[in-house]
Design a protein around this ligand. Structure first.
Ligand code: ADP
Ligand code: MG
Length: 339
C-alpha cells in the first residue's frame, strides 16, 4: 500500500482507543472538563450503565457558539498555549483530545451558553461527522450528550460489560472525584432516577469523606497534615486496627488529580508494616501538593500516572509523614489507656 495520511475521523478513533476504555472514561473526561470550566454543580445522567447514554451538565463558564467546532477539533484547547504552560499545568485537561475522540465513537452533542450570550448553541456529531452549529435553549454552562458509545467500533463495543458492571466503574470513579472536590455538588441519576448525591461541603471536607467512604472508615481515621521541603501532604489515614482485605480504600491525589503510583503506594504500605497484620491493607485518602514543575502529568493520555522529579525524596516524605502520624496516635492511645 502507498503511504497516505489517515482521515481525521480515523485519527480521532485511534486516539479514542487510548483515552476511552469504557463509559467511566467518558464520564471522567467530561466531568473533568466541567471542573476545569469552574462548575459548582455537575449532573450526570446515565442509561444502561452509560452504554446507551451519558449526559453531563455543568454550570461552568460555557463555550462561545463560534468556538464549538474548535472544542471538537483535535489538539485544540483553551488550557495551555506553550511548553511553559504545560510544565506548570493546573487544569485537569490540557491535551485537547477528549471531545474529538469521544465524538468519533458515539452519537454526540455539545450544547453550551456563556453568561454573556443571549441564547445557547448546539453542535451535533455522529460518529465523527459534525453538523452545523445551531441555536438551542440552554442555561449558562455546558451539556455534553454521548449516546451509543462505540456504536461504530464493534471491536470495542464487544468489550463492554453488563450495564451494572459499567455503572460500578462509574460510581467508583465518582467516589474518588468526590473525595478530592468536596465543594462541588455532584449528582448522579441512573435510568431516570436519582442514584447518588454528593452535597457541596464548603467548610467540612470530613463530611465528604464520611459520605464517600462511610462512617466506619471516617470514625477510625486519623487526620494527617505534614509539610517539608516544599511538599505538603494532608488527608485521612485509617487508624489501626482499621484495615482492609483489599486495597480498595486507597486514594492518592497529586495536586488534586487522582493517580495510581506504585512507588507511593509502597511508601504507604511500608509505613503500616509494623502496625497491620500480614496481608491486611491500609486505607487512606491522601493529597500530595507540590510545585507543578516538580511533577510531570503528561505521561499517558488518560493521566492516571505521574512522574516525579525527585521521586526518592517524595517517597521518604510520605513514608515519614505516615509513620509519624501512626506513632503519635499509638502514643496517644497508650497514654489514654494508662489513665
Ligand atoms: P482539554 O480538556 O484537554 O482542553 P477537551 O477535548 O476535553 O480538551 O476539550 C476541548 C476544549 O473544549 C477545552 O479546552 C475547553 O475550552 C472546551 N470545553 C470542553 N468541555 C467544556 C465544558 N464543560 N465547559 C466549558 N468549556 C469546555
Ligand atoms: Mg478535557
Amino acid at each position: 500500500m502507498p503511504i497516505r495520511p489517515l482521515p481525521d475521523t480515523l485519527i480521532n478513533q485511534i486516539a479514542a482507543g487510548e483515552v476511552v476504555e469504557r463509559p467511566a472514561s467518558v464520564v471522567k473526561e467530561l466531568v473533568e472538563n466541567a471542573l476545569d470550566a469552574g462548575a459548582r454543580r455537575v449532573d450526570i445522567d446515565l442509561e444502561e450503565g452509560g452504554i446507551r447514554l451519558i449526559r453531563i451538565r455543568d454550570d461552568g463558564c460555557g463555550i462561545a457558539a463560534e468556538e464549538l467546532p474548535l472544542a471538537l477539533s483535535r489538539h485544540a484547547t483553551s488550557k495551555i498555549a506553550s511548553l511553559d504552560d504545560l510544565e506548570a499545568v493546573a487544569t485537569l485537561g490540557f491535551r485537547g483530545e477528549a471531545l474529538p475522540s469521544i465524538a468519533s465513537i458515539s452519537r454526540f452533542s455539545l450544547s453550551s451558553r456563556r453568561a454573556t450570550d443571549a441564547h445557547g448553541a448546539v453542535l451535533r456529531v455522529d460518529g465523527g461527522k459534525a453538523a452545523a452549529v445551531a441555536p438551542a435553549a440552554h442555561a449558562i454552562g455546558t451539556t455534553v450528550e454521548v449516546r451509543d458509545l462505540f456504536y461504530n467500533v464493534p471491536a470495542r463495543r464487544k468489550f463492554l460489560r453488563a450495564p451494572r458492571t459499567e455503572l460500578g466503574h462509574i460510581e467508583e470513579w465518582l467516589r474518588s472525584l468526590a473525595l478530592a472536590r468536596p465543594r462541588i455538588d455532584l449528582r448522579l441519576a441512573v435510568d431516570g432516577k436519582p442514584a447518588r448525591r454528593y452535597r457541596a461541603e464548603a467548610d467540612n471536607p470530613g463530611a465528604r469523606v464520611a459520605e464517600a467512604l462511610g462512617p466506619e472508615f471516617f470514625g477510625q481515621s486519623l487526620r494527617i497534615e505534614h509539610s517539608a521541603s516544599g511538599l505538603h501532604l494532608h488527608g485521612w489515614i485509617g487508624a489501626p486496627p482499621y484495615s482492609r482485605a483489599l486495597g480498595d480504600q486507597q486514594y492518592l491525589y497529586v495536586n488534586g488529580r487522582a493517580v495510581r503510583d506504585r512507588h507511593l503506594g509502597h511508601a504507604a504500605k511500608s509505613a503500616y508494616k509494623e502496625v497491620l497484620f500480614h496481608g491486611r491493607q491500609p486505607a487512606y485518602v491522601l493529597f500530595l501538593e507540590l510545585d507543578p514543575l516538580r511533577v510531570d502529568v503528561n505521561v499517558h493520555p488518560a493521566k492516571h500516572e505521574v512522574r516525579f522529579r525527585d521521586a526518592r525524596l517524595i517517597y521518604d516524605f510520605v513514608l515519614g509523614a505516615l509513620r509519624e502520624a501512626l506513632a503519635d496516635s499509638r502514643a496517644q492511645h497508650a497514654a489514654a489507656m494508662a489513665m
